[in-house]
Each structure stands twice: as C-alpha cells, then as structure tokens.
Design a protein around this ligand. Structure first.
Ligand code: AMP
Length: 419
C-alpha cells in the first residue's frame, strides 16, 4: 500500500474543524489590524530563497525541496513566506498604492527536516508582513497581533522573548567581538558551531548543545553593544509592549536562523510542546526589499507554525469545537417516496439549510440512528398515513415535540427550523 510521505500529514475531516477555528481567529485579528491577505505560489525560483534567507542558513543549506523543471530552471517549494511576499510586493509595486502595505497569509511550507514531534516536512504557517515603515511601534504591534492570536486560542503558557540585532554595522562589529571571544575556545565548540564560527558566527547562539551553551555563557551580548538608533528603537518597543500589557523577556541569545533580520527580533515560546517550543518567530528585515532588487523599504513580520500551535492548544486543552450538526434529517417511511425525499432535500438545501437523508434504502430505525449520529436538530418524516392525508411530521429532536406540516408548504418547515 502506498502511504503518505514521512513528515507529511493528512488532515482528516475530524481534524479540520480545529483548523477552521484557528484560521477564523487569524483572519479576524489580522483584519482588525487592517491587514489584507496575500497568496503567493507554492514554488519559486531557488535563487529567491538563496538570496533572501542566506546561503549559509540551515534552510538554504540543507532543508529545501529543490528540483529542476523541464526547462532546466532550479525551482524550490517555499520553505517560508517572507521572500515570496517581498518578491510579490516589488513585482506588483504594491508600495506605490500606499506607503505602508500590511499583508497576512496562511500557507503550507516545505522543509526537509528530520521529522519529530512538532517538526514536519510539509507544515503550515500563518504570518504577517508590514512593509514600508521603520516605526518601532509597528514592531510592537506585530508582536501584539501574534500574542493576541495565541491568547484568543486560549493559550496560557506563553513566553514572549525579544531581542535586538541592531544595524548591519553594529552586527558586523559584534561579530568581530564574538570571534575574538571564541577564538581560543573554538576547538571545544560542537561540529555545527565550528562551521558557524566560519560561516555565520551569530548563529552559534542558536545552538541547543550543552558544551556550546556553556562556552557562550560569558560571551558578550549584542544587546549591550547596540548603536544609539537601535537602542532607542528597542526601548520604544519595550515601552509600547508594556503599555499594551504584553509581558516579555529579553533574550540576548535570540538571533533567529535567517539572515535577513535586523533590529527587533522576537519569538513566542510555549511551555507545553516539548523540545520544539517556538510557536512563532519574527522580526524586522529592513534590508530585504533592497537585497531582492526593490527600493530600500523597512519592514517587519512574523511566521507562526499552525501544527505546533494546535499541539499546544491540545496539550493545554485550550478550546473545544463542537462537531457541526445538521439542521434537518429527512426520514423516508415509504420506499416509493425516495424521489420526493431528495426533491425536498434539494429545496431545503437551496434555502440554506444543512440537510441529510438516506441514500442506501435503509430502514426507518437505521435512518433515525443516523439522524442522531449527525446530531440533527429536526427530523422530518415523509410517508405513512399522514402523507396520504397531505401532511408530514416534523419532530424537534431536542424537545421531542411534533408538528404536522402540509406537504406543499415547505416554507413552514423552514420557519419552524429557523425560529
Ligand atoms: P521559522 O520560519 O523557522 O522562523 O519558523 C516559524 C515557526 O514555524 C516556528 O516557530 C514553528 O512553529 C514553525 N515551524 C518551522 N519549521 C517547522 C517544521 N519543520 N515543522 C513544523 N513547524 C515548523
């Protein structure tokens, strides 16, 4: 038997209501902040991701699903959304229509990571991108959107971590400082960190390996070396977050795995999902638009992992969705009324009711059982002596009250249901 690929997951009808619940909240909150939805293609030219995310990052280095198409072009299934959004922003001159473009998305992403709890090869993210303003208030607002969505899902065990990576110049100076600090300790670093020492030294802070963490314990912190502008901006982010009641911690080691970040970075962590505990992450990426051939355009955004968030919700038992019930089940008493029943059903459905009936010539008892299984609010009995007298019996399944309704007066059925 052919099975689904490792690291991918079928979302079965019993899973989907929880996804709809989350997606509705995401859409509602982004819309409250006046963000508009954007949908970009599942695949892009590989060079888009290499240029934006960075050649030396884990994503571009080893996780992308890349293939050649028939023309020989190198194509990649999107591992994240920001690159595609900024590409679309530039390509369609979205910035010409308004100074600040506020966009959100919900989309599948693809990364060839080792599958484990909370880590898939096809996973889903929602996120936001605000392109066109350098205001630190927008950074705080972005964190607020992320935080409010998680709170609206009923999550409690959350920690907001923030940091600032400063400007490019600050970062370059800091990298030299860090290199000096680690120079005589380099041999003791883990293999991954040794590589990062040469290629992308800041990412050493991402390491979860104990020896690395120990060596880094006394390392200089970027946050202590910030230039005045970044420091002012960071102070404003903190001040605004405090004003809007978002508790946060400063994590000087929060560098994030993508190259395009500058100044504010943030993550929201759950205490309820195990080792892969980051529910979402984001930050400012003021240089990306220019890097991708657009005009210099400051921007800020975040991306959140839906599977991980739903896992946290499950583990915190944070919300419950009722199974969708149906309005009415039509019970056919006489076999020969099969066509009449389907005709009635189609009429009721066209009037906007959720309707079900039996397609398998089952007994009245079996039809009743199914009406209960679907949690039908009403049952309509079609057939028997009543039918010969031109009536149908409408039963309220909650109160067991029954009412006779003329066969040709379907609107009376609807009136009864809609009350
Ligand atoms: P990133 O784009 O790496 O900053 O990831 C943002 C969020 O996406 C993370 O905090 C996770 O919630 C989620 N995420 C990233 N990679 C995966 C993955 N392989 N499987 C499931 N969720 C993921």
């Amino acid at each position: 038997m052919i099975k689904a690929i490792k690291g991918t997951k079928d979302l079965l009808p019993s899973d989907v209501p929880r996804w709809h619940y989350l997606e509705d909240i995401v859409k509602k909150i982004f819309t409250n902040f006046n963000y508009k939805e954007i949908r970009t293609p599942i695949f892009e030219l590989t060079s888009l991701f290499a240029r934006s995310i960075g050649e030396e990052t884990d994503i571009v280095g080893k996780e992308m699903y890349t293939f050649e198409d028939m023309s020989g072009a190198s194509i990649t299934l999107k591992p994240e959304m920001t690159a595609g959004v900024v590409r679309a922003f530039i390509e369609h001159s979205l910035g010409a229509q308004q100074q600040l473009t506020k966009l959100y998305y919900i989309s599948p992403m693809f990364r060839q990571e080792k599958p484990q709890a909370g880590r898939l090869r096809q996973f889903h993210q929602f996120g936001g991108e605000a392109i066109g303003s350098a205001s630190p208030i927008l950074d705080a607002e972005m964190i607020q959107i992320a935080f409010d969505i998680l709170k609206s899902l009923g999550l409690k065990d959350l920690t907001v971590k923030i940091n600032s990576l400063g400007t490019t110049e600050t970062r370059e100076n800091f990298k030299n400082l860090l290199r000096e600090f680690l120079n005589d300790k380099k041999d003791k670093l883990s293999e991954d960190s040794k590589k990062r020492f040469d290629n992308n030294i800041l990412r050493i802070f991402d390491s979860k390996i104990e020896i690395d963490q120990k060596l880094l314990a006394d390392a200089p912190a970027l946050i202590d070396q910030l230039d005045d502008e970044s420091k002012n901006d960071f102070d404003l982010v903190k001040e605004y977050l405090t004003k809007i009641n978002i508790p946060f911690e400063i994590d000087p080691h929060l560098v994030r795995g993508l190259d395009y970040y500058s100044k504010t970075t943030f993550e929201i962590i759950s205490g309820k999902v195990g080792a892969q505990d980051a529910l979402l992450g984001g930050g400012r990426y003021d240089l990306l638009a220019e890097q991708l051939g657009g005009k210099p355009t400051p921007a800020v955004g975040f991306a959140a992992g839906i599977e991980r968030i739903l896992l946290a919700c499950e583990n915190e038992n944070s919300f419950k969705v009722d199974e969708l019930s149906i309005d009415i089940y039509l019970i056919r008493i006489d076999k020969e009324l099969e066509l009449k029943v389907s005709e009635l059903a189609s009429e009721l459905r066209r009037k906007g009711l959720r309707v079900e009936y039996d397609y398998l010539q089952r007994s009245v008892k079996a039809q009743m059982r199914e009406a209960n299984k679907f949690n039908a609010r009403f049952a309509l009995f079609i057939g028997g002596g009543e039918y010969e007298e031109g009536k149908m019996n409408l039963k309220d399944m909650k109160t067991s009250e029954q009412k006779l309704i003329p066969i040709d007066n379907i609107s009376e059925v609807i009136d009864n249901i809609k009350i």
